[in-house]
Design a protein around this ligand. Structure first.
Ligand code: SAM
Ligand code: DTB
Ligand code: SF4
Length: 335
C-alpha cells in the first residue's frame, strides 16, 4: 500500500501557462535543489498522483546515411561514426518488434527514420502501414522522420498516428552551433503542421552539448510557450558517439543533477505533459534516474537499444522502477 499517495489532485499546483520568460525559467533551473524538487513534486503528484510511468519502446526503421548535419548524431552522413546507411526495415518485421515490445510491457512504440524529410512513395506507404499495424496492436504509435508536408501529416493522422516526434534539440541562440542544414524556424513549422493535422506532439531537446544554463532555459521557454504544450517532452543527455563532432570536443559528461534540474523544470512548466527521460540514462546511474522520476519524469525509453546506441535492458528497468516505487503501463489514451 502506498501510504503517501495523494488521492485528490492538488489542483492549485497545476497551472498551465504559455507566457514564461527566459528569466523565470532560468530562476527555476537555478533554484536550490531541495526547493526545485519540492516545487516539481507538488506539480507532479497533483498531475500524476500514482507516479505512473509510461514505457515507450524505440526502433530505428531506417538507419544512417542522413543528409542533415546534426553535430550530435551518429546517423548523419557528414559525420564519421561507424553507423552507415542501412536498407529500410519492411512492415512485418517492424510489427513483429512492436508485438514483442508490447509483450515486454511497453504501451507506446516509437519508430525512427534517419531522414531530412518524409518522401512520398513506397517508403511512406510502408510507414502508414506500420502506424496502422502498431495501433491495431493496442499501442500508441509515434513516428520521428524529419520534416513533412501538410498532406503527409494528414495521411499519418488518418493512419492513426498518436504522436509525431520532432525535437527543437537546443535553444534558438545555440542552434546554429549544432545544426546548419535546417533552421530552428523549419522545426517550428514542422511542429505546426503536425498540430494542424490533429496529431499529438512529442518535442524536446538534448543537454550536454556545451550549452549554457541560459540555453537550457531558452529551450524550455520555447517548449513551454507552445500552445498547447507538447503532449510529450523527451529530455536527452548527449550520448557522445565516436566520429561525431560533439564527441570530438570531449565535453564533460552530463552531471546527473543537471538532468534532474532539467526534468524538474520541465515538469513545473508543462504540468500535464509526459516528460520522457530519454537518451543518456546509462550515464545517470540508479540514484540519478530515481531522482529524475521523483522530479517529474513519467516516461522512459524501454528496451536495450535506442536508435543506434544502448539503453538499459528491460530487466534492469523493471528492477529500477520497482525500487523507485512507481507504477507502469498507463492506459494508452491518457496523452
Ligand atoms: N531524423 C529525424 C529528426 O531528426 O527529427 C528523426 C530521428 S533523430 C535521431 C531524433 C532525435 O534523437 C534528435 O532530434 C535528437 O534529439 C536525438 N538524438 C540523436 N542523436 C543523439 C545523441 N547522440 N544523443 C542524444 N540525443 C540524440
Ligand atoms: C528522442 O528525443 N530521443 C530518441 C527518440 N526521441 C527518437 C532518440 C535518441 C537517440 C540517441 C542516439 C542513438 O541511439 O542513435
Ligand atoms: Fe538526421 Fe535526425 Fe540524425 Fe539529424 S538527428 S542527422 S535529422 S537522423
Amino acid at each position: 500500500m502506498n501510504l503517501l499517495a495523494t488521492k485528490e489532485p492538488i489542483s492549485a499546483s497545476v497551472v498551465l501557462r504559455h507566457d514564461w520568460t527566459v528569466g523565470e525559467v532560468q530562476d527555476l533551473l537555478d533554484m536550490p535543489l531541495m526547493d526545485l524538487l519540492w516545487q516539481a513534486q507538488l506539480v507532479h503528484r497533483a498531475a500524476n498522483p500514482g507516479y505512473r510511468v509510461q514505457l515507450a519502446s524505440l526502433l530505428s526503421v531506417k538507419t544512417g546515411g542522413c543528409q542533415e548535419d546534426c553535430a550530435y548524431c551518429p546517423q548523419s552522413m557528414h559525420n564519421s561514426s561507424d553507423v552507415t546507411g542501412q536498407p529500410e526495415l519492411s512492415v512485418q518485421p517492424v510489427l513483429d518488434r512492436a508485438k514483442a515490445a508490447k509483450n515486454a510491457g511497453a504501451d507506446r512504440f516509437c519508430m525512427g527514420w534517419a531522414w531530412r524529410e518524409i518522401r512520398d512513395g513506397a517508403p511512406f506507404e510502408a510507414m502508414l502501414a506500420m502506424v496502422t499495424g502498431v495501433r491495431e496492436l493496442g499501442l500508441e504509435a509515434c513516428v520521428t522522420a524529419g520534416m513533412l508536408t501538410d498532406q503527409q501529416a494528414v495521411r499519418l493522422a488518418e493512419a492513426g498516428l498518436t504522436s509525431y516526434n520532432h525535437n527543437l534539440d537546443t535553444s534558438p541562440e545555440n542552434y546554429e552551433n549544432i545544426i546548419s542544414s535546417r533552421t530552428f524556424q523549419d522545426r517550428l513549422d514542422t511542429l505546426q503542421r503536425v498540430r494542424s493535422a490533429g496529431i499529438k506532439l512529442c518535442c524536446g531537446g538534448i543537454i550536454g552539448m556545451g550549452e549554457s544554463t541560459m540555453d537550457r532555459a531558452s529551450l524550455l521557454q520555447v517548449l513551454a510557450n507552445l500552445t498547447p504544450h507538447p503532449e510529450s517532452v523527451p529530455i536527452n543527455g548527449l550520448v557522445a558517439v565516436e566520429g561525431t563532432p560533439l564527441e570530438e570536443l570531449d565535453l564533460p559528461e552530463v552531471d546527473p543533477l543537471e538532468m534532474v534540474r532539467m526534468v524538474a523544470t520541465a515538469r513545473i512548466l508543462m504540468p500535464r505533459s509526459r516528460v520522457r527521460l530519454s537518451a543518456g540514462r546509462e550515464q545517470l546511474g540508479r540514484e540519478g534516474q530515481i531522482l529524475c522520476l521523483q522530479a517529474g519524469a513519467d516516461s522512459i525509453f524501454y528496451g536495450d537499444t535506442l536508435l543506434t546506441t544502448g539503453n538499459p535492458d528491460v530487466e534492469a528497468d523493471r528492477e529500477l522502477l520497482a525500487q523507485a516505487g512507481v507504477q507502469v503501463n498507463v492506459v494508452a489514451s491518457q496523452e
